[in-house]
Write a protein that binds this ligand. Structure first.
Ligand code: CMP
Length: 136
């Protein structure tokens, strides 16, 4: 049975700065994702703090929020069968050092902070994260 889902993806400042957004979008399309919504924006640190609120007790929270708001990002709604899990597989491990060959983070990630891409980690969070950027 079909289980078409949507998930949120963010091309982070390190990748946008290196003009990798088109290559990364091509990787999504080549892996069967439709990019149904997309916008290039720069957010305030306070918005990054809201977006990453689930990490607020972590030691890396402040740097993470400063980083996400440090330059332009591309936010996208991706659609595909089982999109949440498929996107997590295509992104690879959070730390590019641990990511498998062929994944976005292996190919483009620089460090655990500058790991080029964010993706929702569950169907529930995908809905929240899509609303965060695309509710209008
Ligand atoms: P992301 O998938 O966007 O979700 C939270 C981000 O925190 C993560 O990618 C990493 O870029 C960043 N981060 C920094 N340090 C850590 C850490 N020790 N563990 C997990 N995520 C981290």
């Amino acid at each position: 049975m079909n289980n078409i889902e949507q998930t949120l993806s963010i091309i982070k400042p390190d990748a946008v700065e290196r003009n990798l957004d088109n290559e990364i979008k091509e990787m999504f399309r080549n892996n069967g994702f439709s990019i149904v919504k997309e916008k290039k924006i720069q957010i305030e640190k306070s918005e990054a703090e809201n977006f990453y609120k689930v990490h607020e007790t972590k030691p890396f929270y402040n740097d993470l929020c400063a980083y996400l708001s440090s330059g332009p990002i591309v936010t996208m709604v991706l659609e595909k069968e089982n999109a949440v899990l498929a996107n997590r597989k295509l992104m690879g491990a959070t730390n590019p050092k641990d990511a498998e060959e062929g994944t976005i983070r292996k190919k483009y990630g620089i460090s655990i902070d500058k790991n080029s891409i964010h993706g929702s980690d569950s169907v529930e969070n995908a809905k929240i994260e899509i609303d965060f950027f695309f509710k209008d």
